[in-house]
Design a protein around this ligand. Structure first.
Ligand code: ADP
Ligand code: ADP
Ligand code: MG
Length: 480
């Protein structure tokens, strides 16, 4: 394929995309903001176009990204995740400009990006889901309906921004007084974050597991699943660690969920790669939550256990290729764990550590280890972007081997400068409940001991102490 593809993103996912583009024999065009001009994706691409001064406004500027694509002669745009990835106006602007948007159509993105519309499509297709309301109407009528729902289904209830995403705009409400209080606040927050003040209610699934299914579909309607991922280990409804396949000890249930995901994708006329998210309760009931219409951060675990390059397939499908394999070709081998190594301080409510310099970066490696990152020694972490530095994904033949491998990697991964989630993850990898699979989305709240650890472990600890010593003598540790 001799194509030119623009990558409308930054950080680790931009690099992931550029690698796939190069492996396909295509040319990659990067875009960037001035505030992000040290990012490695800029140098890895074949060309790079400055969008503007930033921060965060130019990566989100549809007209500027389309203009960059036209200027460079790119035939397609891959949006990655975040930024414009789930913006139907952006997909539409690509369609109108005759540029291939690597993802589903703008119509599908618009339908599925609205949680209430998505739920109605799924309800029609008979997909199981938790009870919920439509959008709450404005004014008194909204409060009335909300109270009625609370009385009918009992508390707690989930108050969600209809157009929300990224774990934001979700509030767990314990009683009617709080419900009345929080609806206006939730609306204001939703308007500011998602440019839409619609909110609705869902019944809460108590202590659920978050299990999702990777699906992939070509333009003929052939729709396959690539198995399950468990993403229950979250903070503030955002994922930290993901596992594939799910370790729920009920293979028939997991198979049924995969089949349901394929039905859900077909019901939405889904094209390209997507993720169908579910919650599973204590009694093994499962409920549709949403479909993410893009590549997911945690796609790496699925790639490791299936051997299928999802991004490569996304690109080929967008250029009109049909899926070259069938469901029976998708074989799950072993286990994979992804840990999102963020510049954050878990002990301080996961406060981002942006603004610091990566003074030492010594990555791990070895058998069954995959790294998707973009930072390097000497990199100043901008404060204005998200805190993900590198994703550590390991693959193992057995679960125990996979856990041992991830522990070994965490110990020999040295990042000095910002605090990171590495030492915290080592506690998780050592935790009997994590190892046995006995965890749900409340895991961090119910395991406070995970937050007790030494900041500097293994290699990173030794290096940090060494740097401090040299620094004390007034020498530059990186002079030579
Ligand atoms: P994923 O669903 O891909 O596993 P997350 O659940 O962590 O990833 O985040 C969902 C989406 O929201 C991603 O596209 C991510 O880039 C985006 N996102 C997460 N946090 C933020 C944020 N603070 N601001 C903007 N977008 C965000
Ligand atoms: P987003 O679009 O921000 O990813 P989701 O609807 O996918 O929002 O929900 C994100 C997370 O919030 C889930 O993984 C889960 O932990 C929690 N959550 C969402 N809905 C419910 C619910 N009805 N009951 C319990 N937890 C929920
Ligand atoms: Mg979600």
């Amino acid at each position: 394929m001799k194509k030119k593809i623009l990558v409308a993103n930054r950080g680790e996912i931009a690099i992931r995309l550029i690698r796939a583009i190069h492996e396909l024999g295509c040319t990659a065009v990067a875009v960037y903001e001035k505030t992000d001009d040290k990012s490695r994706h800029i140098r890895l691409a074949d060309e790079a176009i400055l969008l503007g001064d930033g921060p965060r406004v130019d990566y989100l500027n549809i007209a500027k990204v389309i203009a960059a694509a036209k200027k460079s002669g790119a035939e397609a745009i891959h949006p990655g995740y975040g930024f414009l990835a789930e913006n139907p106006d952006f997909a539409k602007a690509c369609e109108d400009a005759g540029i291939i948007f690597i993802g589903p159509s703008s119509k599908v993105i618009a339908d599925l990006g609205n949680k209430v519309v998505a739920r109605s499509i799924m309800a029609e297709a008979g997909i199981p889901m938790v009870p919920g309301t439509e959008d709450l109407p404005p004014g008194n009528e909204g409060f009335k309906r909300a109270k009625k729902f609370g009385r009918e289904y009992g508390y707690p209830v989930m108050l969600k921004a209809t157009c929300g995403g990224g774990g934001r705009g979700i509030r767990c409400i314990d009683d009617e007084v709080q419900l009345v209080e929080e609806i206006p606040a939730a609306r204001a927050e939703a308007l500011a974050a998602f440019n839409d003040d619609s909110v609705y209610l869902e019944k809460v699934v108590l202590k659920p597991k978050h299990v999702e299914v990777q699906v992939i579909a070509d333009k003929t309607g052939k729709t396959l699943h690539l198995g399950t991922r468990d993403c229950s280990i979250q903070r503030r409804n955002q994922k930290l660690i993901e596992i594939a396949p799910s370790r729920v000890a009920n293979p028939e249930l997991l198979e049924e969920i995969c089949q349901t995901a394929v039905r859900a994708a077909k019901a939405a006329n889904y094209f390209n790669a997507g993720t169908v998210e579910f919650l599973i309760d204590h009694d093994f009931n499962y409920y549709f939550m949403e479909i993410n219409t893009r590549i997911q951060v945690e796609h790496t675990v699925t790639e490791m256990i299936t051997g299928i390059d999802i991004v490569r397939n996304q690109i080929k499908l967008a250029f009109g290729y049909e899926l070259s394999f069938g469901q029976s070709d998708v074989q799950i081998r072993g286990h994979a764990i992804e840990m999102r190594i963020n510049a954050e301080d878990p002990k301080n409510n996961f406060m981002p550590e942006g603004g610091k310099q990566v003074r030492v970066y010594r990555s791990t490696g070895g058998f069954g280890v995959r790294l998707d990152g973009f930072v390097y020694q000497g990199y100043d972490i901008p404060e204005v972007y998200d805190s993900l530095l590198v994703k550590l994904t390991v693959h193992g033949f057995t679960w125990d081997e996979t856990v041992e491998r991830v522990k070994r990697c965490l110990k020999d991964f040295a990042i000095v400068g910002p605090k990171t989630t590495i030492p915290f993850y080592l506690n998780i990898a050592d935790d009997p409940d994590f190892i046995s699979g006995d965890f749900n989305t409340s895991y961090l709240d119910t395991h406070p001991h995970l937050f007790h650890y030494d900041e500097e472990i293994g290699e990173a600890g030794k290096l940090a102490r060494l740097i401090a010593e040299i620094h004390h003598c007034g020498e530059n540790p990186f002079a030579s």
